[in-house]
Ligand binder design. Sequence first.
Ligand code: ZN
Length: 406
Amino acid sequence: MMLVYEMKLEGEDAQYEKLDEAIRTGRFVRNSIVRAWMDGEVKSRNDAYKYCKILADNPEFPWAKKLNSMARQAHAERAWAAMERFYKNCQAKIPGKKGYPKFKKYQVRASVEYKTSGWKLSEDRHYLTLTDGFNVGTFKLWGSRDLHYYQIKQIKRVRIIRRHDGYYAQFVIDHTREEKKELTGKQIGLDVGLNHFYTDSEGNKVDNPRFFRKNERQIKKLQKCLSRTKKGSKNRIKARNRLGKAHLKVSRRRNDWACKEAQHVIQSNDLVAIENLKVRNMVKNHHLAKSINDVAWYKFREWLEYFGRIYGVRVIAVEPKNTSQNCSNCGQKVIKTLSSRTHKCPHCGYEADRDENAAINILQSALKQLPTTLGRREDNVSGETGLCLNGETQTSKPTRRKRNSK
Ligand SMILES: [Zn+2]
């Protein structure tokens, strides 16, 4: 299992400029390979690797050679991942856009990725030095102390990420963590909704934290500010940065909260059933309150699956079909509108809170599916979780540098 730790980088302006150059070069490698693929020169992952060398040897692109060779490969992998996704979508014949690989444009939020070389961590883990041709030098690391628990050789990748509020290093650590947990004898189903964050199959409700609403108001305000500014003006840049920072803060808080909630649920149950909600549709939602909720729910699910693996608790996602309509007692369909908050079954007389009834259905449907899923534990394991720990810790630390981003 891969864990990601994130720390903020502190250095001089000149160093940040060199980081920008490294980030730009990573993008250059990726885009060049996408171009070569379009031209038919790259047809496999192996071709993509080989193409890195062609780029580095080309005197017209002196910067390509400056980037560590394994980092070049990491960006070739990124390019190849885009092609693979496209091939997969074509094969699956999904309707609509297939995600034809595109060139990456400049964005404030961008990163350059190193593997096991091109960087050095100091003995006390307080300083990171990039050792490739950009001569970026050494940064002080702010944030996670947990890096101490790992050996250098466990660090498989180091990503340098540029964000609206500065530069960060992500350490991707190969770690198989397993914790012992006493069996609780409890199995639970969770139904998510807008009114409550979730309702479980025993009727317990966990409300949305108040800061969801507060953040929603903040972001709305900042969006308004942005829309009032003139295109291309200094104020617009400022407003956009402010909005970017607010989004960042919100997502860190949300992630932290989802992490704690999920760990709690996993620790108190032996099996957790959830709905398999489609992320694709969720993230595109324009209704702000709903989208904040959806993203939090998505993070929550990722953490549930993560802690599920650590504590050996099964997390089963079921198709959301009819979970709110069917009677959890007799199985008959009881049509109800969105506004009716209680489930009253005319067939068997069962009465329950609408969400609780749905949560029970979710649990039952997971239990039905259990015999067929046993022995396929690795189903949802994507290798790397994409979850980030300690994202919270460094937000309050001062940044010495004010970035002027384009
Ligand atoms: Zn019934």
